[in-house]
Write a new protein. Structure first.
Length: 585
């Protein structure tokens, strides 16, 4: 006989009261002990045990909580992850499954503040949901233990994921909950574990999109049937066909200045936001509801946060209010890592060119050239505003550059006894070169670019405080400056076909002294065909510039044809890589 919900809840409460982080981890991950356990435990804490209950109504849920000595003093929140998992597992519409989250407090063995995370799906007597309840009680798919990061550091999060994987934990889904601004990564722990729980939740405040995307990609690679709508092809195709709507919704969000008029920490009513942005409230609400589905904004529950704006504060209780999420904040013009220029570019000229993708596939000619009558470099060069937007859109992906100043080649140049020079070939507005020179005050830089781009780069590097250590060279790839110590080609080769790439690399090789290094930053196509941003960009490059993404061995052949040798390659953020090459010996 299966235990009833109250018995299951009582067992979860007892488990939370008995265990702490140091005793729990070896139960979950057999083999985790000694120094590795000691280094892991301080970064996370045992936060809660979770389970899914099926009360008949809210009164029944309160009775179950009371029978276990639990009380809840905060409103329930909507579930995102568990609701979607139930919908996929039971082929039900999301609208049929109102799953709520409550977290009644429980004390740990030393009085620590913990909780039991209760997911509640109301199942009235004789409801067609009773079958779901019986199935889930028998299998307890959603029962789990949760570790919470003490500090929301992306590097620590990735390190914890690596340790879990090393000890047999497998990715098992996850998501971002905009209602709580938290990222959840689920794992299945080894069957040999002794905790009685097979699922582990790793929770960290904030939105960690890169880590979440990698985690979900690993999960889908192991079990493709867990892909949303995997067993419902019509729904899958319909969602794919509406992808263009997402691009334009994000671009419109940025063009209308909505992110800049919103606050991540305070909600704003549609009426007040419409007043600030000169938009129509009814239509604005429709756009915001769609963006809520994407996680760009979050609909604010009444009374949970202060509402921004005097008019919004006086708004009726039934008026929709929204706040900006961490994801949406990337579209603010004043964000240090703003991606607004990318939204405007992908929702503008590049969006238009994709309408003629079939022309590219049929003829081999870039759709951009077909639509605009010229290649995109010349087209942008003739329009200063468009050229500036393109340069800023390239800089908007600058997160991939963050680890580059610490690359061993750059570090060695910075530590040399005599001043060394980094040559950035076609370096745009100087974003990457500025990062390198700022990190290493002893280095000098040279930037090769088109005349109109050099002025923007000069302003950018002067503002970064390193302009005095930088020289500027106006020209094309044939004008690569000689005598540098480190040469950088960042997102250049994917713009061109193989013949042009060989030509560019030969220009670099001729300019490089015998002991100089070349760093090439590109996305690499996966060798195993797994999902990748590089595959999407391969299509983008073909359609817009006639270029392509490549695998590592393809770049190795191109380098060899130019008299260069690929030494190694290492990953960067946003699924990019840095390839290190030198002259062949």
């Amino acid at each position: 006989m299966l235990p009833d919900d109250t018995a299951r809840l009582r067992a979860a409460v007892a488990f939370v009261r008995e265990h702490d982080t140091a005793t729990l981890l070896p139960l979950l991950l057999p083999g985790l002990r000694g120094p590795e356990l000691e280094s892991l435990a301080p970064h996370c804490r045992f936060a809660h045990a979770g389970l899914l209950l099926f009360p008949t109504d809210p009164q029944d849920l309160r009775r179950q909580l009371g029978d276990c000595g639990l009380s809840v003093d905060t409103p329930s929140q909507p579930s995102v992850v568990v609701r979607e998992r139930l919908a996929r597992r039971h082929r039900r519409d999301l609208a049929e499954l109102d799953v709520r989250i409550l977290r009644p407090r429980v004390q740990g063995p030393a009085g620590e503040r913990r909780a039991v995370e209760v997911f509640a799906l109301m199942v009235p007597a004789h409801s067609d949901l009773e079958g779901i309840a019986a199935y889930e009680r028998a299998r307890d798919h959603e029962a789990h233990l949760a570790l919470e990061l003490e500090h929301p550091d992306p590097l620590v999060l990735r390190g914890l994921c690596a340790v879990l994987a090393r000890h047999g934990a497998r990715p098992d889904g996850g998501g971002y909950n905009p209602h709580e601004d938290g990222t959840v990564l689920y794992f299945t722990t080894p069957a040999a574990g002794a905790s009685g729980y097979r699922r582990l939740e790793l929770y960290t405040p904030g939105e960690h999109r890169d880590a979440l995307d990698d985690h979900l990609r690993d999960h889908l690679r192991a079990d493709p049937m867990e892909r949303p709508d995997a067993d419902r092809p019509a729904e899958t195709l319909l969602r794919l066909l509406t992808g263009a709507w997402t691009t334009q919704a994000l671009a419109s969000f940025a063009r209308l200045g909505l992110p800049d008029a919103m606050d991540p920490h305070a909600a704003i009513s549609t009426r007040e936001l419409a007043r600030r942005t000169a938009t129509r409230p009814e239509n604005l609400a429709t756009l915001l509801r769609y963006l809520t589905m994407l996680g760009v904004v979050a609909e604010q529950t009444a009374g949970s946060e202060q509402t921004a704006g005097s008019e919004a504060s006086a708004a009726s209780k039934d008026e929709e209010t929204f706040r900006l999420t961490q994801l949406g904040a990337l579209l603010r013009a004043d964000s240090p890592d703003t991606m607004r220029p990318l939204a405007l570019m992908y929702g503008g000229p590049f969006y238009q060119s994709f309408a003629a993708l079939d022309h590219t596939v049929r003829t081999g000619q870039p759709a951009f050239d077909h639509l605009f009558g010229d290649n995109h470099f010349d087209h942008f060069a003739r329009d200063p505003e468009l050229a500036d937007l393109f340069d800023r859109s390239m800089a908007a992906s600058s997160r991939m550059f963050q680890p580059l100043p610490a690359h061993p080649v750059i570090t060695a140049a910075a530590q040399a006894s005599t001043p060394r020079t980094v040559v950035d070939v076609a370096g745009g507005n100087g974003e990457l070169l500025g990062r390198i020179l700022t990190a290493h005050p002893g280095l000098r830089g040279t930037l090769l670019e088109r005349p109109h781009a050099i002025e923007a780069a000069r302003r950018s590097l002067d503002a970064a405080g390193c302009g005095a250590r930088c020289d500027y060279s106006s020209g094309d790839f044939a004008d690569v400056p000689h005598g540098g110590d480190v040469y950088v080609l960042s997102r250049i080769l994917h713009d061109w076909d193989d013949d042009r790439c060989r030509e560019i690399l030969r220009h670099c090789a001729r300019a490089m002294p015998a002991d100089a290094d070349l760093l090439v930053i590109e996305r690499l196509l996966p060798a195993d065909g797994s999902p990748s941003l590089a595959t999407a960009w391969d299509l983008h490059m073909m359609c817009n510039v006639g270029g392509r993404e490549r695998r590592a061995e393809h770049y190795a052949r191109l380098l060899a044809d130019a008299g260069l040798e690929l030494i190694d390659h290492s990953p960067l953020p946003l699924e990019a890589y840095v390839l290190h090459a030198r002259k062949a010996r």
